[in-house]
Design a binder for this molecule. Structure first.
Ligand code: NDP
Length: 330
């Protein structure tokens, strides 16, 4: 099918340079961890991809295990891409990852050369692609020499199966070691993908400065704390929420009284800015100059539209930041 997308989409979105690389990413990127698997509505998944692209999102993030079932998000995305977006392939940055459990036996997860190469080959088949733009090691492997994992990433780039490499969930010490090996091999790392939001701020103390120093981009995952940093849980757990979904990763126990008290106060700060809490949470995340993009998840086109509107008011004052810090430290 030939689709007509908004011709002005690249003027309406804002793109930030990814570290010191030649790549620019949209301030908002879309992740396919939830709502794109076999258990989900395919037509809704398709609408969300089309709407994102129409609004200037050029970056879609996957992993071998996204679903459920594991692999089905890649399969569904591959189908959408092939049937409706193939003419736009060169306008897209598509990432996938390796590291979490995919098959039985000693080679089904982590960071060995054996696992990583087999997993990427499987991902490419599901995605119906010859290469991905970014291939991440999804989590550090305590049992495989870092040299083996990094040499495999380098090898994959040289084979042309990935254009760039990324690391996810590596702390700053692991990152520095990995960067050194990759630089020596001649395949510099493009981007790091850590969890970062108002409730999880570990990267502020050291990772962000390491990434800036080395010229590596950063894309934060779960910038809305899986939906907690929105107005959705203020009056309990609604049926159409990740916390109520049996396939959802957000445990209802995480929505404590103290978290809800903070969410209510943060919601007021957002309202005073004429934004929703979701929008404020994204603006707050992007206040870091080294944050190339925020990687949102979504269950509907409406959520994507709301979240993208955050880029229309990116200014955040020192006073607002102070108020947010005070609320978060209560
Ligand atoms: P978010 O923190 O953005 O949470 C997304 C969820 O929040 C949505 O699915 C929706 O859930 C809810 N939501 C989104 N917008 C709104 C809104 N405007 N109003 C109300 N609720 C809203 O991100 P995710 O946790 O989904 O992570 C994003 C991506 O990051 C993933 O898809 C994946 O690509 C990546 N990721 C990477 C990891 C890694 O280890 N590298 C780990 C986890 C994620 P609901 O169903 O409740 O409506």
């Amino acid at each position: 099918m030939t689709l007509n997308f908004n011709e002005n989409r690249y003027n309406e979105m804002i793109y930030r340079k990814c570290g010191r690389s030649g790549i620019h990413l949209p301030l908002i990127s879309l992740g396919l961890w939830h709502n794109f698997g076999d258990v989900d509505d395919f037509e809704n998944a398709k609408s969300m991809i089309f709407k994102s692209f129409d609004l200037g999102i050029t970056h879609f993030d996957l992993a071998n295990n996204y679903g459920p079932s594991p692999g089905s998000a890649e399969r569904n995305f591959g189908k959408i891409l092939k049937e409706d977006l193939y003419n736009h392939r060169d306008e897209l940055i598509i990432s996938t990852k390796v590291g979490y459990l995919m098959w039985d036996g000693p080679y089904g997860e982590w960071g060995s050369r054996k696992h990583m190469i087999a997993s990427l080959d499987q991902s490419l088949k599901r995605l119906q692609l010859d290469y991905v733009d970014v291939f991440y090691h999804h989590r550090p492997d305590p049992d495989t020499p870092l040299e083996e994992t990094m040499m495999t990433l380098d090898h994959i780039v040289r084979q042309g199966k990935a254009l760039y490499v990324g690391l996810s969930n590596y702390d700053h010490i692991q990152t520095e070691k990995a960067v050194k090996i990759l630089n020596e091999l001649g395949t510099p790392i493009l981007i790091h993908q850590p969890k970062y939001n108002m409730f999880t701020r570990w990267i502020e103390s050291d990772l962000l400065s390491v990434l800036e120093d080395k010229g590596i981009g950063c894309i934060s995952f779960s910038p809305l704390a899986q939906g907690m940093l929105t107005d959705k849980y203020i009056n309990g757990i609604p049926a159409d929420s990740r916390a109520a979904n049996k396939h959802g990763f957000l445990q209802p126990e995480a929505i404590t009284k103290s978290a809800v008290a903070k969410i209510k106060k943060l919601n007021k700060v957002a309202q005073e800015r004429d934004q929703t809490l979701a929008q404020l949470a994204l603006v707050w995340n992007l206040r870091n100059k080294g944050m190339t993009s925020v990687l949102i998840g979504a269950r509907s086109v409406r959520q994507i539209e709301e979240n993208i509107n955050s880029i229309n008011n990116l200014e955040i004052s020192e006073e607002e930041l102070k108020t947010i810090d005070e609320i978060l430290s209560e």
